[in-house]
Design a protein around this ligand. Structure first.
Ligand SMILES: *[C@@H]1O[C@H](CO)[C@@H](O)[C@H](O)[C@H]1NC(C)=O
Ligand SMILES: *[C@@H]1O[C@H](CO)[C@@H](O)[C@H](O)[C@H]1NC(C)=O
Ligand SMILES: *[C@@H]1O[C@H](CO)[C@@H](O)[C@H](O)[C@H]1NC(C)=O
Ligand SMILES: *[C@@H]1O[C@H](CO)[C@@H](O)[C@H](O)[C@H]1NC(C)=O
Ligand SMILES: *[C@@H]1O[C@H](CO)[C@@H](O)[C@H](O)[C@H]1NC(C)=O
Ligand SMILES: *[C@@H]1O[C@H](CO)[C@@H](O)[C@H](O)[C@H]1NC(C)=O
Length: 840
């Protein structure tokens, strides 16, 4: 067994199994029944009970109105999947036949012809059983996950393992930390409680003649001369043929391409070719750099890819549906392409969901999306008795083996927020009991998970938690006094009460891995799961879908700091305007915060800075409800996602005030230096067309940096512009190169809250729609300056080239790319335009 790799720091991978393996799928139609047989129906595998009940008409859409409550009974019952199959003669001729479950959700016993042949209790694990000849009746009996979690909790009597239950506002189930299952399936602050059950991944038979099943799943870190001989499979010889030696490297989006190689793997036994397979291989290195910084206490925290420091721009990923069988390739492709189209280069797969399907990571490989991969533990303490540890060990080993060949994954992280939960006492653990919980924490994440990951994969960094102080946390015994310390590691930061336009309220962290604000999805997304009486901000439905305590009020209060709230006397318009204003608030808040992080990448101020990551919470939604997402359930972009396209641009001007002085920074993620001039244009709220324009000198902006390119006291700037005051004027600005070619988007800064702006008028925007090749162009004509101009075509799926923008000129043209055939007539009929002055 010989492996030859030609590049140091190679990350490559393949899984190879002998050609003589035969497989037969057991996917397809099974039958499904509940415990007393009162419900019996056909069910698709892979799938789940809820999806089967809905598909067969036993229940309505589980997402409709209050159905999460109506269908609570489903997860309290036990359900049995049954199929009958024959082992074919061909399979029977093999020496060994295995029954393989790629994933079962969650607690189940496997019965073959009336005899129990296996037990399963971990959603994230693959299970393999031996099989016998002939006709077989295969039954998989699932126990209610809610009952199981409660039983496990009861059995753990020595001390509590909090939290016992989610907050009431989440309307969820208790003790999810006692079951190895998607933690958010018992409810979350953005999602419903649907504790799923079922065979959620493939079921199949695998048969062999040979005794060895060869699984080579990765080739980490071999230098040019290394030859690896694996003793126990010496009857096999593999030749790995790289088609080139000039190795091209995989780069994150925006930093280069994502080239791959076809690798050929051949296996011989007694001179017979028994294996000949091809696989994709990528090459790249990753380092997490934590080292002293001049002028700052603490340590740096940034990623180096192929030796180059890279600022991580992106968001956090949650499960794309409560029912994983409904996360289709199209759903994944659309969401991940949306991330790339918003100039993101990174996503964090958050630890309260699932290890995503293979396709997710393959698309990330192809698109250059770096993945921060959590293990599936979130916002809780976990038990550590032997059975639990053993199943977690198997889960971690299997998941790392499955995923480690993907270059997109750049880091493993043990859990979400559990270090912080211990350190800042979320669960009222007494001082005398603390050591017990810290011991459990270290046992689970350090002595087991970290150990297994490091044995399986030397090619990537491992962090125990997020947020964490990294090596500083380790020195403090793995639970730092303050895991949110801005001098170390990553931070999560949320404040809904402080004014989000005030950048001084944000922590100047090394790496912002979570921050965000809620908004409501648009009316067209809510409409299919609601009825007329639901369509007001004070309705039962509106409260029901809000799973974050006080969330609806927080959004209105944050919005009211700067905007007049919608007050139309027409109820539906008022509701729609309210949805709009929450999106305006969210987009502006996350923009301000993200721009703060990006402009902090090169500076140290009061010992803080060198920020090298901005991953806002959260990219996607699990259902139609208010949340921190920038993309609605179904794929429609919120205003925030259109804003992200700009605030994550490779070259970006960022404007802000510091002590009444206007500063503009140029941020560049490019490789090379740019000569840039800053152009500031002053407009009056009352009139279209510029009042005056200022230009800075050309300055050299190094690649991968942020630096001030314009500085002037606001009072002097306004005085120099004639009739302007803070209340009557606003600014736009952009960067241009020596030949006056604009680099990056045009940005803007308001010098007062728009609710105080003098002269802002109803813009009375009119539109004309034209067909243009496969797209449509929409020309807007405005009578006045219009902030946050929002185009909405209801339920016609698709995407605008730009949206939520500031109109300071009479005419603007945008395009619309539909995802299904439409027409000028249909678009014109559906199109609504809303701007800030239209809602009050
Ligand atoms: C589900 O199975 C458990 C364990 O056998 C049993 O205690 C429980 O009563 C069953 N639930 C129903 C609804 O039959
Ligand atoms: C916290 O725990 C103490 C006992 O350790 C108890 O007296 C107190 O009521 C608890 N507080 C809350 C908020 O649960
Ligand atoms: C809202 O829910 C409450 C409690 O279930 C109910 O009493 C009330 O009638 C509902 N209101 C409306 C407008 O449906
Ligand atoms: C928009 O239309 C309203 C109503 O006709 C009018 O009062 C207002 O002046 C118009 N706005 C502008 C900027 O012309
Ligand atoms: C703007 O659009 C209007 C009406 O569509 C047109 O009459 C006018 O010429 C346009 N102005 C410019 C500057 O393009
Ligand atoms: C809505 O609010 C605006 C701004 O406060 C106010 O001028 C207007 O009269 C209000 N309209 C209604 C219908 O209350």
């Amino acid at each position: 067994f010989v492996l030859l790799c030609l590049y140091f720091g190679v990350l490559s991978g393949f899984s190879a199994v002998t050609e003589q393996k035969q497989t037969e799928s057991l996917n397809g139609k099974w039958s499904l029944s509940n415990s007393d047989g009162s419900v019996s129906l056909p069910a698709q595998v892979p799938g789940c009970v809820h999806s089967a009940l809905h598909q067969q008409g036993f229940i309505q859409d589980p997402y409709f109105r209050f159905n999460d409550l109506s269908y609570r009974w489903i997860a309290f019952d036990n359900w049995t999947y049954t199929t009958i199959f024959t082992v074919s003669a061909q399979l029977r001729s093999k020496q060994k036949v295995l029954l393989v479950f790629d994933g079962a959700d969650t607690v189940a016993s496997v019965w073959l012809n009336g005899i129990t042949v296996g037990k399963m209790n971990n959603m994230f694990q693959r299970y393999v059983n031996m099989l016998k000849d002939g006709d077989n009746v295969l039954k998989v009996s699932f126990l209610s996950p809610v009952l199981y979690a409660a039983e496990q909790r009861k059995a753990h009597s020595a001390y509590r393992v909090p939290p016992e239950c989610p907050p009431d506002v989440q309307k969820g189930e208790c003790h999810v930390n006692f079951i190895r299952k998607e933690q958010s399936s018992f409810s979350w602050d953005w999602g419903p409680s649907f504790p799923t059950m079922g065979l959620w991944k493939e079921v199949r038979l695998e048969a062999f003649d040979v005794l060895h099943l060869i699984q080579v799943s990765s080739v980490p870190l071999y230098s040019a001369s290394d030859i690896l001989i694996v003793q126990n499979v010496k009857c096999f010889v593999f030749y790995i043929i790289l088609q080139s030696v000039q190795v091209k490297l995989w780069w994150p989006n925006g930093h280069g391409n994502q080239p791959f190689y076809q690798m050929t793997v051949r296996g011989f036994q007694d001179e017979y070719l028994i294996l000949n397979t091809e696989t994709k291989v990528y090459f790249r290195t990753v380092e997490l750099v934590q080292e002293p910084i001049v002028g700052s206490p603490g340590l740096s925290f940034y990623f180096r890819i192929n030796g180059k420091p890279v600022f991580l721009k992106g968001s956090n990923w949650i499960p794309a549906h409560s029912f994983q069988d409904q996360v289709t390739p199209a759903v994944l492709k659309n969401l991940l392409q949306s991330a790339v189209d918003a100039n993101m280069n990174a996503l964090r797969v958050w630890g309260g969901g699932v290890y995503e399907q293979d396709l997710f990571y393959s698309i990330c490989d192809e698109l250059g999306i770096m993945v921060w991969q959590d293990f599936m533990f979130a916002c809780a303490m976990y038990p550590t008795e032997n059975a639990f540890i053993q199943t977690v060990r198997e889960e971690v080993a299997q998941q790392v083996q499955r995923l480690k060949s993907h270059p997109s994954i750049i880091i493993w992280s043990g859990n979400n927020e559990n270090e912080a939960a211990l350190a800042t006492d979320w669960f009222n653990i007494s001082v005398s009991q603390r050591p017990t919980y810290i011991k459990d924490y270290v046992t689970l994440y350090v002595n087991n998970i970290r150990k297994i990951v490091q044995d399986e994969d030397h090619s990537r960094p491992f962090l125990v938690s997020s947020p964490t102080n990294g090596v500083e946390s380790e020195q403090e015994g793995w639970v730092a006094a303050n895991p949110y310390d801005t001098h170390y590691g990553d931070t999560h930061f949320y404040s809904y009460v402080l004014d989000c336009w005030d950048w001084t309220t944000f922590p100047r962290t090394r790496f912002a891995s979570e921050y965000g604000f809620q908004s409501w999805p648009s009316f067209s997304t809510l409409q299919p799961v609601s009825v007329k009486e639901d369509w007001s901000y004070g309705s039962n439905f509106t409260s029901h879908r809000q799973h974050h305590e006080d969330g609806n009020q927080q959004m209105m209060k944050q919005a009211a700091l700067h905007f007049n709230l919608p007050n139309s006397t027409e109820p539906l318009k008022r509701f729609r305007d309210t949805l709009y204003i929450t999106q305006v608030m969210q987009a502006q808040c996350v923009k301000t915060q993200t721009e703060f992080y990006r402009r902090s990448q090169s500076e140290i101020i009061d010992g803080r800075g060198h920020t090298m990551g901005a991953l806002y919470w959260q990219l996607n939604d699990i259902w139609q409800a208010p949340s921190w997402s920038s993309i609605e359930f179904g794929g429609k972009w919120k205003m925030l996602h259109y804003f992200a396209q700009n605030f994550f641009a490779a070259v970006l001007p960022v404007g802000f005030e510091d002590d009444n002085t206007l500063l503009i920074y140029a941020v560049s993620d490019l490789d090379h230096n740019l000569m840039l001039r800053t152009v500031v244009t002053v407009y009056s709220w009352a009139d279209l067309g510029p009042v005056c324009t200022l230009k800075s000198d050309l300055v050299s902006v190094p690649g991968g940096s942020a630096m001030a390119t314009f500085k002037q006291p606001v009072a002097a700037l306004l005085a120099g512009c004639g009739r302007c005051t803070r209340l009557t004027c606003l600014l736009t600005f952009h960067l241009e190169d020596p030949s006056s070619v604009q680099q990056g988007p045009t940005n803007h800064l308001f010098l007062c809250s728009p609710k105080e702006a003098q002269g802002l008028q109803r813009p009375n925007i009119t539109v004309s729609v034209h067909e243009y090749k496969t797209d449509y162009t929409i020309t807007l004509h405005s009578a006045a300056v219009a902030p946050f101009v929002w185009l909405d075509v209801g339920n016609i799926p698709g995407r605008f080239s730009s949206n939520g923008f500031l109109m300071v000129s009479r005419n603007v043209t945008v395009s619309f790319n539909p995802w299904r055939p439409t027409s000028v007539a249909e678009l014109s009929k559906s199109l609504t335009i809303t701007s800030l002055r239209d809602v009050y």
